[in-house]
Every structure is written in C-alpha cells, then in structure tokens.
Design a protein around this ligand. Structure first.
Ligand code: AHR
Length: 652
C-alpha cells in the first residue's frame, strides 16, 4: 500500500485555484455563451469580413439587399438590410435561421429591431419550424416607423407550444399594402430567450449553469488569441465592446468568423460577478497574430488604453472611465487584482515579437500599471506576463508569469515537479490534454475529437501538481516585498482550462469543457469537466506536508479553513498492470475513528472513452463511500487505475 502521513504544519494557499478562460473560438461566444439567437443581426463588417446577408432569407418573394444609407442607424452599424416587396399586397418579410437553429420553448423571448421607412401597419414577429413551417408563437408589433428616421421597436414573444427540435427560424413580416415608402430598412434585429439571472443582453442559462457547477473561482478575459487580433489594427479593442449595442461595430474574430461584440467587456464582468470569480484581465500588448510588433515609440497608445480599461473596471465613479462605467449602470467598481499583458507573446512573430516583449513591451506596461495603481490604501495590481520562465522570460519583479501547455497526458506526469522550485509566481493560464501519448503533435496532426478519459486523468495529475505549489509563501514568491502584507501570496495561482465551450455546428478546436448546440439537450459535460469539478469542489486553503513518493499515485494534502476538514486529492495514472492502488492515509491531529467521505471518479476500460454529445452517455462514474479511520487513525481504501479521488473529513 502507498502509505501517506500528513503533517500538521502547513502553509496558506491563495484560496482559489480553478477557473475559466474565455475567448470566442468554436462559436463559444456568439452562438454560444452569448444568448442572442439571431445570427448576423446587424450586418456588421470588419477586417476580412464584409457585410453579408448570411443567415437571412426572404419571405414571399421580398427582395433583400444590403444598404449603406447616408443616415445609417449609427456610425458603428453603417449597413442595414433593405426589404422591398415583390407585389403591392400581402405579407412579406424575412427570416433568420439563427446559429444553426433556435431552441423554442413556452417562455418569454424579448426582441427588438430598428426600422426606417413609412409603414402604417403592424409587424408580425414569429417563431416557426424550418421543416414544416408550423408556427409556435407570434406577436404583433404596432409600427411606429417614420420615413426618414430610425425607430426602435421592442416586443415580447411567448410561444404557445415548444418545438420538437431546434430546427426553427425567427421571422418578421409586414403587410405590403400598408407601406407608404417603396421599401423598409431594418437593422439590429435581436431576439433573446431568458438569460442567466435575467440580465439584459445576457448569457445562455444552461451553459452558464454548467460552468458555475464546476466551481470556477477565476476568470481570464478576454482570453487567448482573440485579444491579439489578426493585425495591430484589428485587435480586441475593449472600447468597441461597451455601451449600447448600436454603438458596437463588431470585431473580426481570429477563428474564422466575425464577432458582434455583443459579449463585450461589461458582459464579461457581469458574468464574473454572477459566478463570483476573481478577474484576470488580459490587455492588448501591441503584438498581433500576423506578427505585427508595435515599435517602442508607438506603444504608449496601447498602454494608455490598458490604463483606461483598468480605470473603467476598478476606478471610482468620479474618475473619467469610472464615470463611463457608472453611466452604463455600474457605479460600483469591480475588484481587479490581476492584469495580464498580452497573450502568448512568445508565439506570434517569434523571435522578434518575443524579444520586443522582453526588451520593452512588458517592462513598459509593468512600470506604467504599477505606477498608476500603487496606492498605499488600495490593494495593488499584480501584473502578469503572457509567458513563463519556462518560455525563456526572466520576468522582472514584481511581475508574475503565465504558463500554457497543450500536450499529451504523459507530459503532465513528466512535469509533476516542474513548479516545485520556481522563483516567480505563475498562473497556469491555459492547459488541456490535446494529443494522445506519442501521438500526433501540433506539426502534423489534429487534436483528439473530444477530451478523453486518459487525457483528463493526465490533467488531474497536472492540477494536483499545481495545487501542491499553491502554498509556497517564502519571500521570492511574494509579488513585491513592499506589498507583502496586502497581497495573496501564490506560486501557482490557478489553472484554467481552455477553451471552455464548443458549438458542435462550427468549431475548430475540439478539446473543450462543454460541448453544445442550439438544442440544450446537446449540452454535454466532457470527461475533463468531471475531473476539474471534483478537484475544484474541495478547496484547500492550507496545504499540509506529506511524504513525497509519487507514481502511480499523485496527490496533494491540506485543510480547509472554513470547514476545518482535512482534504486528500489524488489521481492514479498508469498503475502496474492496471491494478488498484491500496492507500493508507493518516492526518496528524485527526483522531482514530473519524469518518471521511471518499469520492472516486472512474471511467471506462478504454482510456480513449469520451462523453459524446450525440449519444448522451456519461462514461464517468462517481462513487461516494464513507471511510472510517482505524484505532491508529489510518484511513484505508483502494483506488482504481485511471481514477481521481478526494477524501475529506467533515471538520466542524
Ligand atoms: O485556446 C486556444 C488557443 O490556444 C488560444 O487562443 C491561445 O492562447 C492558445 O495558443
């Protein structure tokens, strides 16, 4: 048996550990987390994506065309859709097929559209089957339209029947005979189902609930390559993503589709607030995916943007950008303690991009942010570099690093002690098992089609290795000696799985926490979701020392300050002949005869087993048992090969 004796003198951890990164990839934002049902609602154009009528279809022969009026709806939304009837009488209009369908239920949908042109009748807004045409609900919207003015119309539509599938459309029609102008122009045509916490312009309930249930405590936003953009004129500019929807121009996404910017900075902040997640804000750092590097003498504009963004988030309501936030309905500043400069600056345009980051881009941001936000009365901001010491960055103090790894499960085992002695604090800003052991790597191949059980166990080994280092409080790991008493010390702050969501209708990255489609029945928690959930559900606020003999059992031990319970988390990765691993565990100070709950999750025999959204079968099994320590205080139990387990004593 593996015999583990856990001591009683430990070190405090940061208290939070597991989190999310969000960027719009795999239609995880538009057509995903963002609950808007209408695709291409505002005919937006952005670099590489001209305006189009994609998603829109004429009804009864209406002629649909793009129109750039002299008086557009707004500067940001300059193209609209002109709708001209084919004949002088009868209902005409248009439909939209959504992000590959729309879920129709008996519930309130809130919609709106802007129209320009003289029409003296009613508009009919409806939801219907794309297969049979059966109408599930409709509402009449009295026209207030004007010949030379854009007028917004709002409505509530409650279907009387739920649709049997998500292959449905939304339509707006009007009576051609009541038209006084030759045609009508429409823009910003929007329809939302109920959203999480009823937020206006909010998020899709089932997806947020599934994310919430895995207990994330940190949120890196806006994450990944999306922040960098394709070029240094099309990066994710936060200023374009706030305010009324009609003032958001949209964004040329980096993952093969344009984005609406409907899921903007404020929506991200509200999401973090609703799930009680600490923020890690990514700011654009002057390097884009095409390798565009901003020269030193032009970098200040981006530093200023970052400082404005920080002020928007955490500045008082009487500061310039805090006042803008207050006007948008959020006078109370958000807490923002972590700011990451750029994303993976070691990658795009390397080595020149990386060298410029180390030479002047990171140092200039670091200095400017610390200068602006070092105030004795405020908790200061921890600036994080977008790469790690392991990417060859000797990160200047008081900076932290960010380590990303997408790899084979064996890599996590090889790296188990990687962070044991690192001197710079780090976050693990993106990680996931993507390739099978010894299988295809980045150069030649593809990712596995879904997170798979063996890969998820590999992730558990890595997560345990990070948790083991969440307690290292010796000086070098403090952020800045001046701030000792005000900062949460950390070596490894958090681990974020990335990306988190995949729309099964259009995607390019297959390893995600959740898969989904328009139909909520498709929403599927991956094998990794179960592993992360179990580990995240039992936070360790004080790690406790234990014997350090690993393989095939990888573990971390600690205590939870709130419950005063003791915690043991473990993963078994490749035991000899696949045999169960007997464990004998004692905690100093835990009396003989104490009961503990042991939760073990196991998967199928085949390590390549997956949770496939189209079969709906969950291959992950969860077993809970009560274990009692014997007269010597020993908890004895066996853990199967390829399993993850948590044992927790009740405490108080
Ligand atoms: O998560 C997918 C991509 O992987 C991210 O955009 C990027 O940061 C990383 O390379």
């Amino acid at each position: 048996a593996v015999s583990i004796r856990v001591g009683s003198q430990g070190n405090a951890t940061g208290g939070f550990h597991y989190g999310l990164l969000h960027e719009d990839i795999d239609n995880s934002g538009d057509g995903g987390l963002y609950a808007e049902l209408i695709r291409n609602r505002a005919f937006q154009s952005s670099q590489g994506y001209p305006s189009s009528l994609s998603g829109w279809h004429p009804i009864n022969g209406a002629k649909l065309s793009l129109n750039n009026l002299d008086e557009p709806l707004s500067k940001a939304l300059s193209t609209s859709m002109n709708v001209a009837p084919a004949s002088p009488k009868g209902q005409v209009g248009f439909s939209n097929d959504g992000y590959w369908g729309m879920d129709v239920k008996v519930q309130k949908y809130r919609g709106s559209f802007w129209v320009r042109g003289d029409y003296r009748g009613v508009f009919t807004a409806s939801l219907q089957s794309n297969i049979t045409g059966e109408r599930f609900g409709a509402t009449q919207v009295k026209s207030r339209s004007r010949a030379n003015k854009w007028v917004e119309h709002e409505f509530v539509l409650t279907p009387s029947k739920s649709a049997p599938s998500s292959n449905n459309t939304f339509a707006i029609t009007f009576e051609a005979a009541n038209l006084k102008s030759a045609s009508l122009d429409f823009n910003l045509i929007s329809l939302f189902p109920p959203t999480f916490k009823g937020r206006k312009n909010g998020l899709r309930i089932d997806l947020v609930e599934a994310l919430e249930q895995f207990h994330p405590t940190l949120f890196r936003l806006p994450g990944g390559n999306m922040l960098e953009g394709r070029t240094n004129t099309s990066y994710w500019d936060w200023k374009d993503s706030i305010g009324p929807l009609k003032d958001r121009p949209g964004f040329s996404g980096v993952w093969g589709y344009p984005q609406t910017h409907g899921l903007g900075l404020l929506e991200y902040l509200e999401f973090a607030e609703d799930l009680n997640m600490e923020l890690i804000l990514g700011v654009y750092a002057g390097l884009s995916l095409n390798g565009d590097i901003t020269p030193k003498d032009q970098l200040q504009q981006f530093i200023d943007d970052a400082l404005d963004e920080i002020e928007f988030i955490r500045g008082p309501p009487d500061s310039k950008w805090g006042a803008v936030r207050a006007q948008l309905g959020h006078p109370k500043p958000w807490e923002l303690k972590y700011v990451e400069v750029g994303n993976e600056d070691w990658l795009a345009g390397a080595p020149a991009g990386w060298n410029s980051y180390k030479d002047y881009r990171f140092p200039m941001f670091l200095e400017a942010i610390n200068k602006a936000w070092f105030q004795p009365t405020n908790p200061d901001i921890q600036v994080i570099a977008s790469g790690s010491t392991y990417d060859g960055h000797d990160i200047p103090s008081p900076g932290a690093g960010d380590y990303h790894l997408y790899g084979e499960p064996d890599a996590w085992v090889r790296d188990f002690s990687k962070f044991d002695n690192v001197k710079t604090p780090h976050i693990i800003g993106e990680m996931a098992s993507t390739f099978p052991n010894g299988g295809t790597g980045w150069g030649s191949g593809v990712l596995r089609p879904f997170p798979w059980w063996g890969g998820s166990i590999g992730e558990a080994v890595a997560l345990i290795s990070y948790e083991r280092n969440a307690d290292r409080v010796f000086g070098a790991l403090f952020v800045c000696n001046k701030m000792l008493d005000r900062f949460v010390p950390f070596n490894i702050l958090t681990s974020l799985q990335a990306p988190i969501l995949r729309n099964m209708n259009r995607w390019q990255w297959s390893i995600t926490m959740l898969q989904f489609a328009a139909d909520p029945a498709i929403t599927t928690r991956s094998t990794s979701w179960y592993v992360w959930e179990l580990l995240a559900a039992h936070p360790i606020t004080e790690t406790l020392p234990a014997s350090t003999d690993f393989k095939p059992l990888y573990y971390v031990t600690g205590k939870n300050e709130k419950t005063q319970g003791h915690v043991f988390k473990a993963a078994v990765y490749n035991s000899t002949d696949g045999a169960d691993v007997p464990v004998s565990l004692t905690f100093d100070g835990v009396a003989a005869g104490t009961t503990a709950e042991l939760t073990v999750i196991t998967g199928p025999k085949d390590p390549y087993g997956v949770n496939d959204p189209f079969t709906g079968v969950n291959i992950v099994q969860t077993t809970k048992t009560t274990v009692k320590s014997d007269q010597d205080g020993i908890f004895s139990f066996k853990l199967p090969n390829l399993s993850v387990a948590v044992l927790g004593t009740k405490g108080k």
